[in-house]
Design a protein around this ligand. Structure first.
Ligand code: SF4
Ligand code: SF4
Length: 193
């Protein structure tokens, strides 16, 4: 790690934010070390710490508020006080939409801080998957091909449509909407206090 990339300060020669066109490096999944957990955790520490100092992406998804809340609640108020389990939870909440990279982060390459948050989350997911720590639910949800194929099977879509037309199905949908509104609202009001 260079002095520039390890420092939160802008330091000499490091610009605050990048005005250059982003350089997207390919996912290095064939490189030796891609699945090295120690190296990954070291990189997560570096990037999470920089994100903690920046916080620009707090509203984009659940990953960032989860990380920032955990840091704020830690005894030191810094990343070193955060349980490593949270590192993986942050990656679990990332659904790889790429918004933080495309629309928010001024520290993407060629900036020397070299932050590609979605690619890092992808790596964390890959390492976790290889360790066998991925739940069936996540495997199914991330397999969009499979979900699309299942939903496209006529008998499956007919059953789903029929259930939705019953009083029970409608109540379940209503309940789900109500519950989602309630949890979103309570999360917002917790953040506001
Ligand atoms: S890529 Fe992941 S971390 Fe970034 S905004 Fe999307 S969900 Fe959040
Ligand atoms: S991804 Fe970039 S913009 Fe978003 S919080 Fe981290 S450092 Fe800030």
């Amino acid at each position: 790690m260079t002095e520039e990339t390890s420092s939160k300060g802008t330091g000499s020669g490091t610009r605050e934010g990048s005005l250059s066109k982003p350089t997207r490096h390919p996912v290095a999944w064939r490189e030796p070390g891609y699945f090295d957990e120690d190296k990954l955790v070291h990189e997560l520490e570096r990037v999470y710490d920089l994100c903690h100092g920046c916080r620009r992406c707090f509203s984009l998804c659940n990953s960032f508020p989860l990380l920032f809340d955990a840091i704020d609640a830690s005894p030191s108020g810094e990343l070193d006080g955060v349980d490593r389990k949270v590192f993986w939870e942050v990656a679990d909440h990332c659904y790889l939409c790429d918004m933080c990279y495309l629309s928010k982060c001024p520290y993407v390459p060629p900036h020397p801080w070299n932050i590609d948050f979605p690619h890092l989350m992808l790596q964390a997911k890959a390492v976790k998957f290889r360790k066998g720590g991925t739940r069936a639910r996540d495997r199914i949800l991330s397999s969009t091909d499979m979900v699309g194929t299942l939903a496209g099977i006529p008998v499956v879509s007919q059953i789903v449509n029929k259930v939705n037309r019953t009083a029970f199905g409608r109540r379940m949908l209503e309940w789900r909407r109500w519950w989602h509104r309630g949890t979103t609202w309570s999360r917002r009001s917790r953040r506001a206090h």
